[in-house]
Ligand binder design. Sequence first.
Ligand code: ATP
Length: 248
Amino acid sequence: PDEAPALHVEEIDVTYGRALSALRSVSLTVPHGGVVALLGANGAGKTTLLRAVSGTLRLHRGAVTAGRIRYGGTVLDGRDPVAAVRAGVVQVPEGRRVFAGLTVDENLRTGGLGLSRRAPAQVREARERVLTLFPRLAERHRQAAGLLSGGEQQMLAIGRALMASPRLLLLDEPSLGLAPLMVERIAEVVREINAQGTAVLLVEQNAGMALSLADHAHVLEVGEVRLSGPAAELARTDAVRRLYLGET
Ligand code: ATP
């Protein structure tokens, strides 16, 4: 396998059903070990881009109709989620969808299921890493996930994705609906995950948080990339400050 794989999204078009165009000629790169943020209003196509990369697009009746998505040596467009997970690419869906009736441990065990022949030692190691990263989950590992707070459920959703030991984590609005302290905690966790060598593609409406974490950022507007650049530079542009950082 490629030692330093990068994600390359090259001029992709995505449509839902027969006609609804969701992305047009979108390109971006996530370098090995990097953090890239994707900003944009509701409906801009951020989630769609993550789905295209993670192979979940088809579950939503969408398709990549032009362009190419590559991760290291693997072509990902038109593939399924198992192919993406095997290549090292895992998405944390929006809305912290955990299995409410299952315990924290059982939820974690559903992570990385696409990776068949993993040695039990590898699975144990992944679990240890997750529980070290999220001490709250360690304390509550036997509790039903539905009883966790919103922030804890978001952590569980991230933890479950980490069980597959991804090299690229796709995070869809991890801060959504969380109190400021919990948002800061999630930001710390993303930093920590990245420091351990996992690249992150972060979709956020919380532009302040995203730009503080990312090296590079892109702004999507109705299916097209409008602005791209180093995160620190984008944070200084008038359009981003007005529209996404709430400044006047
Ligand atoms: P949000 O922050 O609201 O999730 P987003 O930037 O992630 O917004 P997408 O969810 O990717 O945007 O949606 C992009 C466009 O595709 C929107 O016009 C949306 O209505 C449409 N869309 C999304 N999912 C589907 C689907 N399963 N079928 C048809 N159209 C869809």
